[in-house]
Design a protein around this ligand. Structure first.
Ligand SMILES: [Fe+2]
Length: 323
């Protein structure tokens, strides 16, 4: 299967507007210029959503590059991950991927044209990973260009690298790795061991060192963090200043990860999970040899310990509705 990157991600939160304010004012994303289902924007014409990023059902759509949207926050009783969207290059790769999934015994939902439109894509399919997360596969994303950050972020590093990376807690590492590597075709870049049976594994589907990290540090499932990459250290520092000014809790201080070279900090988003803002992420090619890492950081990232991650995970509802 030839997954090319993380195309979009959907969360659930009791207060999507609060996340929209955080995403625009602190991260520097833009409310979507148009939302799923709205037609092409002619010069001088506003779509019904008026650039608010808000859909009639209260969902907030956020833009960070040429794509119509990359992050959606849906209203719901719980906070956390609702779906992950992976992209393939086109219809042939899409059909081949669905056939491979079904050959390996994965139950795939073939989504309708209307459902695809709700994600602003041409073709959509969905299935569950071994932890029950909803994974979506798509081709043909809508692009409406003209990204302008409301707080002056020059650009988010996306393109062939996808929108960023996700770190998930999983309760069954063996089944999860088997699914990610043998079914979805991800490659292992490296891993860190915390203790017997406890580790974090970093997997890639593009030159980005990892698009998915999966951690087993207890019997918890859920999202630990979403990483978004900016251009340079000044952009990371400015995001940190905006977070501090807005009173957002900093959950890991500025630091540089050993494995992917990312210089970053972590903050607690209003939907419970963390957001990592970083730069300098390493690119990995086909000849890369997977390795075990014995240290997580070159310096900094104080607060990012397995115990603190476990504490963050313990706040996660183990079986949120709608997952
Ligand atoms: Fe990360």
């Amino acid at each position: 299967m030839d997954i090319r990157g993380l195309g979009y991600v959907g969360f659930e939160s009791p207060d999507p507007k609060q996340w929209l304010e955080f995403a625009t004012g602190v991260i520097g994303m833009m409310p979507a210029r148009s939302i799923p289902g709205e037609s092409a924007i002619a010069p001088g014409q506003e779509p019904p959503s008026g650039g608010s990023g808000l859909a009639p059902d209260g969902t907030a759509f956020l833009k960070m590059d040429e794509r119509r949207w990359r992050v959606a926050v849906h209203p719901g009783e719980t906070a956390g991950l609702r779906y992950v969207g992976f992209e393939v290059t086109g219809i042939v790769a899409f059909e081949r991927a669905i056939a491979e999934l079904e050959e390996r015994g994965t139950a795939v939902t073939h989504c309708s044209e209307e459902e695809a439109q709700q994600r602003s894509v041409q073709g959509l399919a969905a299935f569950a990973d071994p932890s029950g997360n909803r994974i979506e596969l798509f081709h043909g994303p809508v692009s409406d260009f003209k990204f302008v950050s409301p707080v002056g972020v020059k650009r988010f590093v996306t393109g062939e690298l996808g929108l960023g990376h996700l770190a998930l807690f999983v309760s069954d590492m063996e089944a999860t790795l088997d699914f990610l590597i043998r079914t979805l075709g991800f490659d292992l870049s490296d891993f860190v061991r915390f203790g017997p049976g406890l580790s974090i594994q970093f997997l890639r589907c593009s030159p980005r060192h990892h698009t998915i990290a999966v951690a087993r540090i207890g019997d918890i499932c859920g999202l630990h963090h979403l990483m978004l990459e900016v251009e340079d250290v000044d952009e990371v520092g400015q995001a940190l200043e905006r977070a501090e000014a807005a009173g957002i809790p900093i959950t890991a201080t500025l630091g540089r990860h050993r494995n992917d070279n990312m210089l970053s900090f972590y903050m607690r988003s209003p939907a419970g999970f963390d957001v990592e803002i970083g730069c300098d992420g390493m690119h990995v090619g086909d000849g890369w040899i997977a390795r075990e890492m014995c240290e997580a950081d070159v310096w900094g990232h104080k607060g990012l310990t397995p115990d603190a991650m476990q504490a963050a995970g313990d706040e996660i509802d183990p079986e949120p509705e709608g997952r």
